[in-house]
Design a protein around this ligand. Structure first.
Ligand SMILES: Cc1ncc(COP(=O)(O)O)c(C=O)c1O
Length: 435
């Protein structure tokens, strides 16, 4: 094994043996080259004041060479903030701005020790780094039965891990912490579990309340106390869009310092929070009391980044940084939040009117972009196709009974019409089934 990888492994083992045991085979082997093109270029950037002939970019008139056709449309930004490679860990100012934002928005992080966020090519990339560093083919990845389908590809197909599911809701229509606990404890023989907690949830739009969150943390802790090494990942893609009675913080804070057998990892980013889906700016953050261990995990993360995408896109990091620092940012975000909340409330009001009760129930929702109907009389896929072909309405069918509706992309004044047509669609399909 490479000497640098060995050193990182030694540090991790010394600081928290259980974290070393969580690493995948690749996670143990990976390292970030300290001596090489990147480090020599960084040194030259600081010291080479005459000629810096190190890195594979081009310079002209003391700034990055660029084409006018591109710069003309981006003239608000300086070429140095667009064209140069961003460091593999991301722009340092962006990393600190995101960390500050996290601390401001999550009082439960007070007094907790966690790493500087490392920039990823949005959340999928963050999740895939977790999969690379921690998932081997014999490992279990625990997710609820209502989940974002890409976990299957990221952890299952790509890394060969076994996906273990538990029902998201219990009989009281609350988060099923008992199911989660059972799924974790069932991994005793494996000795390890990767738990993905996604709130607000895709597809249901559910975020638990304070008491439920305490029980989720208890479930994770119970696994840890039983000797299971738990990689506890929070997928905070829809963070901040909390419209009703739920926590308004990430669970990451609750998981930090929970137990030596728990490694909390926060995956978040600008994608959904700042409405910049195509920018591809996300973050991965680790929670632990040892700064040496956090540094070692950062080096391993950079190794994966260097080996896969080398570094993330620079322009979009600049755009997001600019937004975070802009005085108008908070007010503009609040404005969009109110629009999303208005849509969510409108959906709930309509569904609670009783007008559609013979056609569907709905899963509890209070946050995010989506909600899910549970159809009573017709199949989800049949209805989806019918709505698309007869009414030009696009929805997502999940399993036999569930239909996901993105209220995020429907104007408030169109929501009633949308649901009325979906209801009409159900009635049409019912008739066909009877005749
Ligand atoms: C729960 C969840 N996590 C992660 C992502 C991926 O986000 P990104 O587009 O930033 O990769 C999505 C996108 O739909 C999502 O719904």
């Amino acid at each position: 094994m490479n000497e640098l990888a060995l050193q990182l492994n030694e540090t991790i083992q010394q600081e928290e043996k259980s974290v070393y045991e969580m690493l995948s085979d690749l996670g143990r082997k990976i390292y970030f080259p300290k001596i090489g093109i990147l480090s020599q270029s960084a040194e030259a950037k600081a010291k080479a004041n005459k000629y810096n002939a190190t890195i594979g970019t081009a310079l002209e008139n003391g700034q990055p060479m660029h084409l006018k056709v591109i710069q003309d449309t981006l003239s608000a930004y300086s070429p140095k903030d667009l064209y140069e490679y961003a460091p593999p860990a991301g722009k340092p100012e962006l990393r600190s701005a995101w960390r500050n934002k996290m601390i401001e928005e999550n009082p439960n992080l007070q007094g907790k020790s966690f790493s500087n966020p490392i920039v990823t090519n949005a959340l999928t990339h963050g999740l895939s780094i977790v999969a690379d560093l921690f998932a081997d083919s014999e490992d279990a990845v625990i997710i609820p039965d209502k989940n974002w389908e890409n976990y299957e590809l990221t952890f299952g197909i790509r890394r060969g891990a076994t996906i273990v599911q538990y029902p998201l809701y219990n009989d009281n229509n609350e988060f099923n912490d008992a199911g989660l606990k059972e799924a974790i404890l069932a991994q005793k023989d494996r000795g390890k579990a990767i738990v993905v907690l996604n709130f607000p949830n895709n597809p249901t739009g559910y975020t638990p309340g304070r008491a439920e969150v305490a029980r989720i943390a208890e479930a994770v802790k119970a696994g840890a106390e039983a000797g299971i090494k738990v990689v506890a990942v929070t997928d905070d893609a829809y963070y901040g869009l909390f419209f009703d009675d739920s926590i308004t913080e990430s669970m990451f804070g609750q998981l930090c310092h929970l137990h030596p057998n728990v490694l909390p990892i926060k995956i978040d980013g600008a994608t959904k929070e700042e409405y910049v889906w195509g920018f591809r700016v996300g973050f991965i953050t680790y929670g632990h009391t040892s700064s040496a261990l956090l540094d070692a995990l950062e080096q391993k993360t950079l190794g994966i980044i260097r080996a896969t995408i080398s570094s993330g896109p620079h322009p979009s990091q600049t755009f997001v940084l600019h937004a975070l620092q802009a005085p108008e940012f908070a007010a503009q975000k609040q404005e969009k939040y109110e629009i999303m909340k208005g849509r969510a409330n409108k959906v709930k009001k309509l569904l609670d009117s009783g007008a559609y009760d013979d056609a569907w129930d709905y899963y509890p929702f209070n946050s995010g972009y989506f909600m899910c109907l549970k159809l009573k009389t017709v199949g989800a896929e049949e209805l989806r196709k019918h709505l698309l072909n007869e009414y030009g309405i696009g929805t997502i069918a999940l399993g036999d009974t569930d239909l996901r509706i993105a209220f995020s992309c429907t104007e408030e004044e169109q929501i009633e019409d949308l649901f009325q047509l979906i209801y009409q669609g159900v009635k049409d399909v019912e008739k066909v089934s009877v005749s």
